[in-house]
Design a protein around this ligand. Structure first.
Ligand code: GUN
Ligand code: ZN
Length: 482
């Protein structure tokens, strides 16, 4: 099958892509609004919707909707002529376990009603389920994925198939799930079973789940984060390589009186002002939104698509990490999630573009950026002998064979490269924080260890003493400047 997903721009692990379906091409990252079967979706256009998602199982179990869908197709049923993804009913199965539904039946049905993206009947394991049980459920999911792949031919122009990754919070099961799904081969890989993690603000687990899945999937395959509809998680998820989101949140949150924002959630009852300029918020007051759940839902979708556009522009400008750093301020547990992602910097670094225009150090998590990890890794490219000065002072000493400027968070940088990317293009605070200094010190240590034949001299501001003083024991000559 011809490539159905093409990437045009990248930053961190995020990308802008084009996904081809039988009903047209969509640009990712994007949000798919969840539409109840039988409801007119044409009003979704105004938000910038390119693709909707609806539920095949709910359509299937209603005699009336089922008959209509088979006769006229899912596009007529939803009054939407663009791409449509259908979900299989896994989630209904998960919430109401008495449902009887065959995988082959629901996969064939999705094909019959003309879905553009179909989903086999995976099992989203509950997050408190033990390892052995999750493994058993995962094997059933994989069997169903194999069965679906036999039903839905990947050579044809019709429905493309999404193979959902499960495995709960167990890293090795997520990895196994992703590896096996890749072997079967799907056009899209949703990461499933994460709604309970997001509901409980377990963002560190969410980050691990995404990355352990990603590590075992083809890097170029489109990834859908199933059930993620809150705009505050979009930037982080995109930065970790997710391309598609689905939002039932816009309506569910509105029903609960909640006003979405990429900086978190507000209770509309408690609001006096609307910090948004969408068509709803620029023409209504907070008290009007308190009385009108449809208006509130509209705002929730407008703001979700606004965030997607902001993320795409950040990818173009190579400033996605900086946007993520702002977004994780919405909740301390999101910040935990970013810190967990920093622990995977060596993996993330492989995807992150090698050259960008700028680097802004805006909070301690900047110290874990790929640019920094990559820079310190590449210090092994220097072969030094003779005398080496590493200094925080701007000077052009002719008395040394090599001159390095010490700059947090990168570490030592040869004076000749100090104006070039990344070090020379980095906007960093004049008072670096501890994380930046720890990184820079580790780079310094690495350069010294890699060059045992050279004689190192450190001339540094006193603030570095706590980070570098121990190097004196290794024969480094150190002078502190006040
Ligand atoms: N919707 C939200 N989570 C899931 C999931 O894990 N699988 C499927 N099929 N649908 C979902
Ligand atoms: Zn608004």
């Amino acid at each position: 099958m011809a490539a159905i997903f093409e990437l045009s721009d990248k930053d961190v692990m995020g990308r802008i892509g084009k996904l081809r379906t039988a009903h047209g091409v969509i640009e990712t990252p994007t949000v798919m609004p969840v539409i109840r079967p039988g409801v007119d979706a044409s009003r979704m256009k105004k938000f910038g919707t390119e693709i909707i998602i609806t539920n095949a199982y709910i359509t299937y179990r209603s005699e009336e909707l089922k008959a209509q869908a088979i006769a006229d197709g899912i596009h007529a049923l939803t009054n939407w002529d663009g791409p449509i993804m259908t979900d299989s009913g896994s989630y209904q199965l998960y919430e109401y376990s008495d449902i009887e539904l065959e995988n082959s039946e629901i996969v064939t049905f999705q094909q019959e009603i003309g879905s553009d993206i179909g989903v086999p009947l995976d099992i989203p394991s509950a997050i408190d389920t033990g390892y052995e049980e999750v493994k058993r459920e995962l094997e059933i999911t994989l069997e169903r994925l194999r069965e679906a792949r036999l039903i839905v031919d990947d050579e044809e122009e019709g429905m493309i198939l999404a193979g959902t990754i499960q495995g709960s919070i167990y890293p090795d099961l997520r990895e196994y799930s992703a590896r096996k799904a890749s072997e079967i081969g799907f056009e899209i890989y949703p990461i499933g079973g994460v709604v309970p993690l997001m509901e409980r603000y377990r963002y560190s687990d969410l980050v691990r789940v995404i990355l352990h899945s990603k590590m075992n999937l083809e890097p170029s395959a489109p990834i859908h984060l199933f059930g993620a509809g809150h705009p505050m998680v979009f930037a982080l998820a995109v930065a970790l390589g997710c391309d598609l989101f689905d939002s039932a949140a816009y309506a569910l949150y509105a029903q609960g009186g909640r006003y979405l924002s990429p900086m978190g959630t507000y209770f509309i009852e408690e609001m006096a002002y609307l910090p948004c300029s969408c068509p709803v918020c620029s023409t209504s007051s907070a008290s009007e939104l308190q009385k009108d759940v449809d208006l509130l839902a509209d705002h929730n979708l407008y703001i979700s698509f606004e965030e997607i556009r902001r993320i795409k522009e950040a990818i173009r400008e190579k400033r996605l990490w900086e946007l993520v750093q702002m977004r994780v301020q919405a909740h301390p547990r999101l910040l935990d999630g970013l810190k967990t992602a920093v622990g995977f910097a060596e993996f993330i670094e492989q995807f992150d573009p090698v050259s960008k225009t700028s680097f802004f150090y805006t909070s301690p998590e900047s110290a874990g950026r790929s640019e920094v990890v990559r820079y310190i890794n590449r210090l092994d490219r220097f072969e030094l002998d003779g005398t080496v000065l590493i200094t925080t002072e701007k000077r052009s000493d002719l008395d040394y064979d090599h001159l390095f400027i010490l700059k947090a968070p990168f570490g030592p940088c040869p004076i000749e490269l100090s104006e070039t990317y990344p070090v020379g293009h980095a906007e960093t605070p004049e008072n670096p924080d501890a994380e930046a200094m720890v990184r820079a010190a580790s780079g310094t240590r690495r350069l010294i260890e890699l060059n045992p034949q050279a004689h190192f001299v450190l001339v540094c501001e006193r603030r570095w003493e706590g980070y570098l003083a121990d190097l004196a024991a290794d024969g480094v000559e150190i002078h502190w400047r006040e």
